[in-house]
Write a protein that binds this ligand. Structure first.
Ligand code: SF4
Length: 80
């Protein structure tokens, strides 16, 4: 039976690099996903930088998103 993939530092770096390459982004914004009320940090070792977008009107709904990304559907998380 196959086991879960390794998530040591080298593996995490490779995953991060690949996800960055696969997710579109333009310029830097101050209103970043990390501060958005629709950003759900993922569990596990990738969760320090990546979350899932749960905004039904956002282009990234149901996708992983980098904490420093942004979209026009951003809404500030007052509880941050
Ligand atoms: S992609 Fe947009 S709506 Fe989704 S978490 Fe990031 S800023 Fe919020």
């Amino acid at each position: 039976m196959a086991q879960r993939i390794d998530t040591d530092a080298a593996a995490r770096s490779a995953i991060h690099k690949r996800w960055i390459e696969k997710t579109p982004r333009s310029e830097w914004h101050e209103d970043q996903c990390l501060f958005c009320r629709f950003y759900l940090p993922i569990e596990g070792p990738m969760g320090s930088d990546w979350g899932a977008c749960a905004n039904p009107v956002a282009p990234r709904d149901a996708q992983v998103t980098f904490e420093h990304d942004h979209c026009d559907a951003f809404e500030f998380n007052e509880g941050y």
